[in-house]
Design a protein around this ligand. Structure first.
Ligand code: PLP
Length: 288
C-alpha cells in the first residue's frame, strides 16, 4: 500500500477503500473476466506493448468488448496516471488491470450487449525477490488441473491458487504443474530447464500462458547466442535437469535449486541461469 492509494474503477479515480463493484459483477460471481500485470520501474512500464497485445488477445478469446474509447492502451495510460497519483514514479511498482463482463442478474450466458464491462486498474509498490534470486528457490510438482485455454489470462485461477497453497505449505516458492506427463509451467510463472546440456521450455500452446518474460527472455537468449528449444520437458526427465528457472513479470529469472525436496543439478543456480538473470536485469533497467 502507498500513502494515497488511489485506484481506477469504471471511469473514476477513487481511494482504494472507497472503490466499489456490484455483488452481481460477473468477475465476482463467475470469475468471468481477464487481467494483466505489468512491471513499472521508475515510472516506466516494461514491455507494455506486449502486455497490451496479450490483454487484447485475452479479451477477444473470452469475447469481452471494451466500450467507447477504452482499449488496452488506454488502460495502460491509466496505469501510468495512477503511478503519478500514487507517488510511484521512483523505484519498483506493479500495475494490475482487470476487465470483467460487467454486472447483471445472474445467468450463465452473456448479459445483454448494453451491459458495460467492469474496468479496474490498481498500482502497488513492489519489492523484487532479490535475495531468493541469489540463493535459488524450492519448488514442488503438482497436477495441472486447469482448463483447456491456459493461454488466456483469465480470472479463473482456482487450480493455480490451490497449487500455490500446496507449494507454500511445503515451504516452496512455486508449484510446477504436470499434465499428461509433461511439465507445463508454474502456478504463476513459466519455466526453463536444462536437460543434457540443452535449454528447453514448453512451446506456446493452449496449455501455458504465453508469458511476456518468457518471450522477452527467448529473444535475449538468441541475442547472447544461447540456443533454446521450445520442446516440453517430461516429468520423467526431471531427475536429469541440471538447471531449472522460473520466469514472470514479478519473478524475473528465479533459479529453482530444489524440486520435491531433491537438489536440481548441483543444488545451486547454474551458469546459464545466472547469465540469463543478468541479461534480463539489464533489459529491465534499460528497456521499455
Ligand atoms: N504462467 C502463469 C500461469 C502466470 O500466471 C504468469 C504470470 O502471472 C506467468 C506464466 C508469467 O507471465 P508473465 O511473464 O507475462 O508475467
Amino acid at each position: 500500500m502507498n500513502s494515497k492509494d488511489i485506484v481506477y474503477v469504471n471511469g473514476a479515480f477513487v481511494p482504494r477503500s472507497e472503490a466499489r463493484v456490484s455483488v452481481e459483477d460477473r468477475g465476482f460471481v463467475f470469475g468471468d473476466g481477464v487481467y494483466e500485470v505489468l512491471r513499472a520501474i521508475n515510472g516506466r512500464l516494461f514491455a507494455s506493448k506486449f502486455h497490451n497485445e496479450r490483454l487484447k488477445r485475452s479479451l477477444d478469446g473470452v469475447r469481452i468488448s471494451l466500450t467507447g474509447n477504452d482499449s488496452p492502451e488506454h488502460l495502460t495510460e491509466i496505469g501510468r496516471q495512477l503511478l503519478r497519483e500514487n507517488d510511484l514514479l521512483q523505484g519498483e511498482a506493479m500495475v494490475y488491470m482487470q476487465v470483467t463482463r460487467g454486472s447483471a442478474t445472474r445467468a450463465h450466458n452473456f448479459p445483454p450487449p448494453n451491459v458495460p464491462p467492469t474496468v479496474y486498474v490498481s498500482v502497488v509498490r513492489f519489492i523484487p525477490y532479490t535475495e531468493l534470486a541469489q540463493s535459488g528457490a524450492a519448488a514442488i510438482s503438482h497436477p495441472d488441473l486447469r482448463w483447456g485455454r491456459c493461454d488466456l489470462k483469465t480470472l479463473n485461477l482456482l487450480p493455480n491458487v490451490l497449487a500455490s497453497q500446496a507449494a507454500k505449505e511445503r515451504g516452496a516458492f512455486e508449484a510446477m504443474l504436470i499434465r499428461d506427463g509433461v511439465v507445463t509451467e508454474g502456478a504463476k510463472t513459466n519455466f526453463f530447464g536444462v536437460v543434457d546440456g540443452s535449454l528447453r521450455t514448453h512451446p506456446c500452446d493452449n496449455h501455458i500462458l504465453p508469458g511476456i518474460t518468457r518471450s522477452v527472455l527467448r529473444d535475449l537468449a538468441r541475442e547472447v547466442s544461447i540456443d533454446l528449444e521450445e520442446t516440453p520437458i517430461r516429468a520423467d526427465e526431471i531427475p536429469r535437469l541440471s538447471e531449472l528457472f522460473l520466469t514472470g513479470t514479478t519473478t524475473d529469472v528465479m533459479p529453482v535449486v530444489k524440486l520435491d525436496d531433491k537438489p536440481v543439478g548441483k543444488g545451486m543456480p547454474g551458469e546459464l541461469t545466472r547469465k540469463l538473470q543478468r541479461v534480463l536485469a539489464e533489459s529491465l533497467a534499460s528497456g521499455d
